[in-house]
Design a protein around this ligand. Structure first.
Ligand code: GRF
Length: 228
C-alpha cells in the first residue's frame, strides 16, 4: 500500500540506466502525478556512481549497480545484472540511457517485455552520436523513438516517436537539449499506454487496443500520442 492508503499499482517497472537519469526522473514524476499507474521495482546500472542511481537512492528505490570490470566478460555481467532484474519480477523493463549493448541471451530472457528510448528518428541513426549525425546529414527534423528491444541494436518494432525541427545554428548540444523534454513526454506517454494494457508488446505484431499498430505513434504538442 502507498502511505496514503491507496493500493500500490500492480504494474511494475525495472529501469536500466547508465547516465544522469532524467528519463528515470520523468517516469517517477508521472507516477507521482498519478498519470502513470505503475511502480518502479528497481533501478539497475553498469555505473554505480551515475546520476540515475543517485536519483533512485534518494527516492528510496531499490538499486543494483554492477561494474562490468568486476566480471569475466559481457555474458557474466549481463547474467548477474539481469538476474537481479528478474528477481524484482518486472512487467516491463525500460532502458533509459543504458549505454551497454545487451547480450542476445539477456534480451531473449525478457523478450516482449523490454523497451528502449533512443534519441533519433529510427531507423535513422542507431548507435551513438545521433544528434551530430542528424546535423551532418542536413536533416530538417530530428527526434526520439521508443522501441521494443531485440538482439539487434536499436532495431526492434517502433512504438512511438517525438519529432522536432532542426533549427539554423543548432549544434549537437543545443539539439539534444531541445529534444530532451520531448523525450521525457514520449517515454511517459508510451509507458502509460503499456501500463494500462492498451499497448501490447508481448507478441508480434505490437497492438494498440487490440489492433496491429500500423506505424509508430507520434507525440503531439500537448504531450499525448496521436492515434491513441
Ligand atoms: C537520452 O537522450 C536517451 O534517449 C538516451 O540516453 C539519454 C539518457 O539521458 N538513450 P538520461 O540519463 O535519461 O538523462
Amino acid at each position: 500500500m502507498h502511505p496514503d492508503g491507496k493500493p500500490t499499482p500492480g504494474y511494475s517497472i525495472a529501469v536500466l540506466a547508465s547516465g544522469r537519469g532524467s528519463n528515470l526522473q520523468a517516469l517517477m514524476d508521472a507516477i507521482a502525478a498519478g498519470s502513470l499507474p505503475a511502480r518502479i521495482a528497481g533501478v539497475f546500472s553498469d555505473k554505480p556512481r551515475c546520476g540515475a542511481i543517485a536519483i533512485a537512492r534518494a527516492a528510496g528505490l531499490p538499486t543494483v549497480a554492477l561494474r562490468p570490470r568486476d566480471f569475466a566478460d559481457r555474458d557474466a555481467h549481463d547474467e548477474a545484472l539481469f538476474s537481479a532484474v528478474a528477481a524484482v519480477q518486472p512487467d516491463l523493463i525500460v532502458c533509459a540511457g543504458y549505454l551497454r549493448i545487451i547480450s542476445a541471451a539477456s534480451v531473449r530472457r525478457f523478450e516482449g517485455r523490454m523497451i528502449n528510448i533512443h534519441p533519433s528518428l529510427l531507423p535513422k541513426y542507431p548507435g551513438l552520436d545521433t544528434h551530430a549525425r542528424a546535423l551532418a546529414a542536413g536533416d530538417a527534423a530530428h527526434g526520439a523513438s521508443v522501441h521494443v528491444v531485440v538482439p539487434e541494436l536499436d532495431a526492434g518494432p517502433l512504438l512511438a516517436q517525438a519529432r522536432i525541427p532542426v533549427q539554423a545554428g543548432d549544434d549537437p548540444a543545443a539539439l539534444a537539449a531541445r529534444l530532451l523534454p520531448r523525450e521525457h513526454a514520449l517515454l511517459q506517454a508510451t509507458v502509460t499506454l503499456l501500463a494500462l494494457g492498451r499497448l501490447r508488446i508481448d507478441r508480434a505484431p505490437v497492438t494498440l487496443d487490440g489492433r496491429a499498430l500500423p506505424a509508430p505513434l507520434q507525440l503531439a504538442a500537448n504531450h499525448t500520442l496521436e492515434g491513441a
